[in-house]
Design a protein around this ligand. Structure first.
Ligand SMILES: C[S@@+](CC[C@H](N)C(=O)[O-])C[C@H]1O[C@@H](n2cnc3c(N)ncnc32)[C@H](O)[C@@H]1O
Length: 325
């Protein structure tokens, strides 16, 4: 996942300001109905989940972050019959569906990638370059390696590659060099200190209010949380558990993850394959999606909700072909 630059998604501490991204487009595209079973793999603050519940669907919410626990409890109290919840990585989607008694398949899967404001706004989580906190960034603090451990221990080339690949940051080598030079004197511990060193290495001023460390924070968050790996793991599972005519909807904020989603959907949407190995066109045995579409935020939504600026929604409809491993 990359949510785009993480701070694009911050909406302040006030929960009432929370606006689910591309909600209207999502609802118009998928048309949720009473009786449908949906998995929201990125429950967050339950914005999309609540809309699905209001439309009469049943929802299983997943989120690996402790920040989602309390909101999920509130949603469960409101919709005890139709909402259930697990604190899990969405990379465990297939087993989660089975554990929920939904082994027979689901009508829809939603992924709204990235992080949300409860994560960004709490300084001690270490996601924000605006707030002083430990350089942590783990969505699930029960496991894994912190951002500080990564920047203090990764070899310089790996650091540069991570910053380039997950942050789309062209000055990755220069930044990695500066990080290594600094950590040799004093290891990184806190967000603001780290942000300052990155800003010094980038050497460019804030452009349009965007902090020079934005992309590096994003890259680090993606690496710490193995976001690309989780996305790679969940897509085939989502496809596998979708019923015929079911829908997979993914909202992404970063070109790298959007490419991953697009390529996965296309790979299963082409009815015919025409490759160098098979010069004569033949039917794609894994043609599982009958239709694939992309939705972008409207100008109105971008004006209303700056977090939506870099968002893209991709929706794929499952066809009737039985799934084969
Ligand atoms: C952008 S927010 C979702 C917001 C939500 N759609 C709403 O309307 O409130 C993304 C959420 O996904 C969660 N998340 C990200 N990667 C995850 C993963 N691999 N497994 C489970 N949850 C994940 C984050 O913890 C965060 O709460």
């Amino acid at each position: 996942m990359s949510a785009g630059p993480a701070e694009n998604r911050s909406e302040g501490a006030n929960a009432s300001l929370h606006k689910p991204v591309l909600l209207a487009s999502f609802l118009a595209a998928v048309g949720p109905k009473p009786g449908q079973r949906w998995i929201d793999g990125t429950f967050g603050r339950g914005g999309h989940t609540s809309a699905l519940l209001e439309a009469g669907a049943e929802v299983l919410g997943l989120d690996r972050d402790e920040a989602a626990v309390q909101v999920a409890e509130e949603v469960r109290q409101r919709w005890p019959e139709r909402f259930s919840w697990m604190r899990r990585n969405f990379a465990e989607m297939e087993i989660s569906a089975r554990d929920a008694g939904w082994g027979g398949g689901v009508d829809g899967v939603l992924l709204d990638l990235g992080v949300s404001s409860p994560q960004l706004d709490v300084a001690e989580r270490g996601f924000s370059f605006r707030l002083e906190g430990p350089l942590d960034m783990r969505m699930d603090r029960r496991e894994g390696v912190t951002a500080a451990q990564l920047v203090n221990e990764l070899p310089e080339t790996d650091l540069a590659n991570m910053i380039y690949e997950y942050g789309d940051e062209r000055q990755s080598r220069r930044i990695a060099r500066a990080l290594v030079a600094r950590r040799e004197r004093r290891p990184f511990v806190s967000t603001l200190d780290f942000a300052e060193v990155v800003a010094g290495a980038v050497g460019r001023p804030r452009i349009g209010g965007v902090h020079p460390a934005t992309k590096v924070f994003q890259a680090l968050r993606i690496a710490v949380n193995h976001e690309r790996e989780a996305l790679l793991a969940v897509l085939p599972q989502a496809l596998k558990i979708l019923k015929p005519q079911g829908v997979l909807a993914v909202i992404s904020f970063h070109s790298g993850e959007d490419r991953q989603v697009k390529s996965f959907m296309r790979q299963h949407a082409n009815e015919w394959l025409d490759t160098p190995e098979h010069p004569q066109s033949f039917r794609n045995p894994k043609h599982y999606f009958s239709d694939v579409r992309r939705y972008l935020p409207t100008n109105e939504e971008m004006a209303e909700n700056p977090r939506a600026r870099s968002a893209r929604l991709r929706v794929a409809w499952r066809n009737e072909v039985p799934y084969a491993n």
